[in-house]
Design a protein around this ligand. Structure first.
Ligand code: PLP
Length: 397
């Protein structure tokens, strides 16, 4: 008899975005003339940077025979991209990461989900609550059901510390989705010291690092002393450069990073991740990687920064407006997300904004128990829509 992987039946149903879509559709049906503004989903709205477009056009020509044709590429990513990443994202910032420690992928979601394959079924996992659900669901699918939740609350500034954390692997994400919280160097250093002392691992999701403008806030976990022996960093071009539809990201696995066999023998993780990727993944496309390479040119850097500044401008406008209306708001300064304390039930508040203001947000309860009482507002939208949404919120709240 064919048996299913019963772990799948233990994953919580992902009803959040389906439920939001259901409620929005019902509202639109009842009010066909309503102009609904979507500040719920975390997808970019601005077009790709001109440098990226030009590089991808050129790469299409390469593939069309006007330049060097490329078939299968290296599974770990082309050297031209890995070298630029190592230089611009790390070495130019004084961080000692080399190209061979970087593995390019088709986005951070896959890497966040797949990385757990390197570890034993019995490792203890810890995640924040509220949380980006991929960390939890992929571990549950693999049979790890007993996941420790680290509450992210107003009391701890939405940045839980390592005190009392008994896990072998902790997922940290800063700037955070959904809370928009950022972690200081001291807060991250405490986690690094904890991980090195416990022989534990930090999986650091830096998908939103490009939004950090405060020079005191680390953009990489490797800015902390000792992080190369206890942390993997996962990055995405989705929000950095509008690649949500193009699909590209990368994972850094330092050469010195190890986990252990049952007999205590250290096993380097970089060759394991390389083996995993070369076995199950055939590389991001040449055209995509040429586009990603263009992000690292001086023009590409400026263009991408301008786009992110634009989203941060949206975030600031909304944050200021909500604060003026008397709401406590976290995030939005170095992050595209606002985490708003709605002083009540998050689904009720969601419904109120949908019905009375035609504005879609995301109820915090959908990201975990500790998300109840909050909504997430995304700054990914046009300026006109953001301004219009603010006017509507002012009338309703
Ligand atoms: N990590 C976090 C925290 C995210 O919010 C997202 C996307 O929203 C991802 C990873 C996935 O990024 P990608 O588009 O590169 O798969």
């Amino acid at each position: 008899m064919l048996h299913v992987n019963e772990n799948y039946s233990k994953i919580k149903p992902t009803y959040l975005f389906a439920e939001i879509a259901h409620r929005v559709t019902a509202h639109q049906k009842a009010h066909p003339d309503a102009k609904v503004i979507r500040l719920g989903i975390g997808d970019v709205t601005e077009p790709l940077a001109p440098s990226v477009i030009a590089a991808m056009h050129k790469a299409v020509d390469d593939e069309g025979g006007k330049g060097d044709f490329h078939g299968y590429g290296p599974e770990q990513g082309y050297a031209f991209l890995r070298e630029k990443i190592a230089k611009v994202d790390f070495q130019d910032r004084g961080i000692d990461i080399s190209a061979d420690e970087i593995l390019v992928s088709d986005g951070a979601k896959c890497d966040c989900g797949n990385i757990q394959e390197l570890f034993g079924a019995d490792v203890k996992i810890a995640v924040g609550d509220p949380v980006y659900p991929v960390y939890v669901d992929t571990n549950v699918m693999a049979g790890r059901h007993d996941i420790m939740l680290l509450p992210c609350t107003a009391e701890n500034g939405f940045v839980p510390g390592p005190e009392g954390c008994e896990a072998d692997i902790v997922y940290l994400c800063y700037p955070n989705n959904p809370t928009g919280a950022i972690a200081t160097k001291a807060q991250l250093q405490a986690w690094v010291d904890w991980a090195n002392a416990k022989k534990a691992l930090i999986l650091f999701d830096a998908a939103y690092e490009a939004f950090i403008r405060n020079p005191e806030i680390p953009r990489s976990i490797y800015e902390c002393a000792g992080a190369k022996t206890c942390a993997i960093e996962i990055r995405s071009f989705s929000k950095t450069a509008g690649f949500t539809g193009i699909r590209c990201g990368y994972t850094v696995v330092p050469n010195e990073l190890v986990a252990y066999n049952a007999d205590g023998t250290p096993v380097p993780l970089r060759p394991m991740w390389t083996r995993r990727q070369t076995t199950k993944f055939n590389g991001a496309s040449y055209i995509t990687q040429r586009g990603a390479e263009a992000i690292y040119s001086p023009e590409g850097q400026k263009e991408c920064k301008d786009i992110i500044d634009f989203y941060l401008g949206n975030a600031k406008l909304m944050k200021d407006a909500l604060k003026t209306l008397g709401y406590d708001v976290t995030g939005g300064d170095d992050s595209p997300y606002l985490w708003v304390n709605v002083k009540g039930d998050s689904w009720e508040f969601f419904d109120k904004l949908l019905k009375e203001a035609n504005v879609v947000t995301t109820p915090g309860a959908g990201f975990g128990k500790a998300g109840e009482g909050y909504i997430r507002i995304s700054a990914f939208n046009s300026r006109a829509n953001v301004l219009e949404a603010i006017e509507r919120l002012k009338k309703v709240l």
